[in-house]
Design a protein around this ligand. Sequence first.
Ligand SMILES: Nc1ncnc2c1ncn2[C@@H]1O[C@H](COP(=O)(O)OP(=O)(O)OP(=O)(O)O)[C@@H](O)[C@H]1O
Length: 250
Amino acid sequence: MALSNLAVSIEHLGFRYPGNDNVSFSGLNLQVARGERFGLFGPNGAGKTTLMNLMTGVLKADTGSVKLSGNDVNASDKAANRLFGFVPQDFSFYHELSPAENLEFFGAWAGLNKTQIAQRTDELLHILGLEDVRNKAVDKFSGGMKRRVNLAIGVIHSPEIIFLDEPTVGVDVHTRHAIMDYLQMLNDNGATLIYTSHQLSEAEDLCKHIAFIDAGQIIAEGDIDIVLAQHKHETLEELFINLTGKALRD
Ligand SMILES: Nc1ncnc2c1ncn2[C@@H]1O[C@H](COP(=O)(O)OP(=O)(O)OP(=O)(O)O)[C@@H](O)[C@H]1O
């Protein structure tokens, strides 16, 4: 695939946590096309969050490279930072602030001016059903509302690549639908989605391209329909069990 068509290009990635050999990446290659809805799956501890942290520059690879739209995530010009948004698994907002105050802070941090922040805040709070609580402290919110605030912060600057680490963990059906509909809308408007989840039926609806990892290795990858057909399974859950076995991993 031509480099210009790639949202993410990982080449010969090597990484291990000092003193922890549970997960180590060695010579890992992965490409995600622009506009893709890409799902990364694997058991607890397989290395999904670690790989996301490497793709977003939160962690630095020991060897190899990670490029976002051709820009090295660790380059000193930080050009890659403007291209992506990250919605981490752990809430990444100020609990004592309101959604509007959080978006003002993170919008400014992402380089938006006051007018842009005001416009995006109104848009996001409306789309994600948070208008009525825009000025209330987030620490009083339900889990679903907090997840929606976490998402809004990650996309305030309208990034072209969006990393989502378990964006619907612990939410009810309404919030799940609101989040998934919004992600689909972002993708329809051109954003590339890189997503991890243990909600495999949700993932089947969202993802077009998938990769399974286990112990830092990619053990299956490709277009979801093709990978399922190759392994003679109808669902991601069947495939997951087939690829990773039934033993508990925690
Ligand atoms: N900061 C760290 N220092 C040392 N080891 C770590 C660190 N963070 C994660 N690990 C280890 O790396 C391995 C992979 O963890 P990671 O969180 O990437 O897995 P995961 O696939 O995202 O799991 P889950 O599905 O439970 O979120 C685990 O063995 C974990 O204990």
